[in-house]
Design a protein around this ligand. Structure first.
Ligand SMILES: Cc1cc2nc3c(=O)[nH]c(=O)nc-3n(C[C@H](O)[C@H](O)[C@H](O)COP(=O)(O)OP(=O)(O)OC[C@H]3O[C@@H](n4cnc5c(N)ncnc54)[C@H](O)[C@@H]3O)c2cc1C
Length: 396
């Protein structure tokens, strides 16, 4: 089996790499926001960078040309994702949600009008979506969601509450799951809508995350009127669309490349650091831990490649996405924990301390990595999916 990229693909990687070298703003590098750490300033920088990326056609490179893409192969899309993640480009998680989860769902289930209206703007980096799935009593058990959408004439009227809505305060649209038939079995009465976040009746309230930043929100819908044409796909068949959109969410392919960069920085640190008169690189436990992380991260990378390969063959990753998500999220947690052990008490210091090392990245990652195996469905739920869909085991 030959895992090598073709010469054309390698040339594409070099092209992306060169472009990024000149285009990542200096201010972004100084701010160095990790995942879930955006501030108003970093968000503005990220949006500006997105538009530049959009002008190159590199936001949604695999989209069809008629919807603003370049129709590049899924392998080139993977290469681009890897380069963006490794080089810590100004990308927000919402960009990923919009381009790789919402966009493909619109492509699969949207009307021609919706495709023309939203996909081209997504591909230019002009619009951002947030996800309105979770509710106070519907997380893992998403099918128990209670937000109602009632059809009245040419409109739907929405009432209810969503929670954990990432970047709902900054998004242009919400990709909303709401109940359209309360009398049907739980999975049968749900529909998907596109809701303009500026519609009257929407209230967004901040929830502060583990990094003491505002990334989550509660979103309240009080008699929110939206046009009937904002229904995506078939009424009451939204659950099946949701399952596919969630598989797309879980197939995120940039994580292993971002983690590789951290592991490389840890290796550099142990080579340059002496502790108790001994180079840290001589410590057996440290060497073993780093070697183990390199092996595991390479496995995570191969799982991501498998997903890209499936996309390239027109296959839909299902339990394979869950496998990839469980594995890479746990490798990221192990990397953060190993990093904290290697750095010792220096690792606990925040960026404002003169003794902090690696820009406190490991400590920040230790906190943010806790959430990676929860958002988009917890790792317990992913394991249930692998057991049921992958192994054919009974539901109970
Ligand atoms: C960083 C982050 C970003 C998020 N962004 C969004 C967003 O943008 N939009 C959105 O709608 N939601 C978002 N969420 C919410 C996320 O989808 C939910 O947190 C997740 O689905 C879990 O639901 P819950 O928090 O209600 O936990 P619960 O469902 O209450 O689960 C609690 C615990 O019980 C376990 N558990 C529950 N059921 C089972 C079962 N059947 N088998 C085994 N174990 C089980 C879970 O694994 C978990 O450990 C985000 C969450 C995070 C952490």
């Amino acid at each position: 089996m030959d895992f090598k990229f073709t010469e054309d693909e390698e040339a594409f990687r070099r092209k992306v790499h060169q472009w990024l070298k000149h285009e990542i703003p200096q201010r972004w590098t100084e701010l160095d926001p990790g995942i879930w750490e955006e501030t108003e300033e970093s968000w503005a920088l990220a949006r500006e960078f997105q538009r530049k990326l959009g002008q190159k056609g590199w936001i949604a490179p695999a989209y069809p040309k008629e919807y603003g893409g370049l129709e590049l192969s899924h392998m080139k899309r993977l290469i681009l994702s890897e380069e963006l993640a490794y080089n810590r480009t100004p990308m927000s998680i919402e960009e990923e949600i919009t381009v790789n989860w919402v966009g493909p769902s619109i492509m699969l289930f949207g009307t021609e009008k919706q495709k023309k209206e939203y996909l081209t703007r997504i591909a230019r980096g002009d619009v951002i979506f947030c996800l309105g799935y979770s509710e106070p009593n519907a997380g893992s058990d998403l099918a128990s969601l209670q937000t109602r959408a009632v059809e009245v004439g040419d409109e739907y009227v929405i009432n209810g509450q969503k929670t954990w809505c990432s970047y709902g305060h900054l998004a242009d649209y919400c990709w909303l799951a709401a109940r359209t038939d309360p009398d049907a079995p739980r999975h049968e009465g749900i529909s998907i809508f596109i809701v303009d976040m500026k519609t009257p009746g929407i209230t967004v309230r901040p929830l502060i995350n583990i990094l003491n930043r505002h990334s989550f929100n509660e979103v309240f819908f009080d008699d929110v009127h939206i046009p009937r044409e904002n229904l995506v796909g078939q009424k009451n068949k939204g659950w099946y669309q949701l399952v596919i959109a969630l598989d797309l969410e879980r197939s995120s392919i940039g994580y292993a490349a971002g983690n590789q960069r951290i592991i490389e920085e840890l290796i550099k640190y142990v080579k340059e650091t002496t502790r108790n008169g001994e180079p840290l690189a001589n410590d057996c436990l440290t060497r073993n831990e780093l070697a183990q992380l390199v092996v595991e991260n390479e496995v995570a990378r191969m799982m991501a490649y498998r997903i890209a390969w499936m996309f390239s063959k027109g296959l839909h990753p299902s339990y394979e996405s869950s496998m990839s998500m469980v594995f890479v999220s746990e490798v990221m947690r192990r990397t953060a924990n190993a990093g904290m052990r290697i750095l010792g008490h220096y690792g606990e210091l925040d960026r404002d301390s003169k003794w902090s090392v690696m820009n406190s990245r490991i400590m920040r990652m230790c906190l943010s990595s806790l959430s990676i195996g929860v958002g988009g469905g917890s790792n317990e739920i992913q394991r249930n999916i692998i057991a049921i869909r992958g192994l054919g085991l009974p539901r109970r």
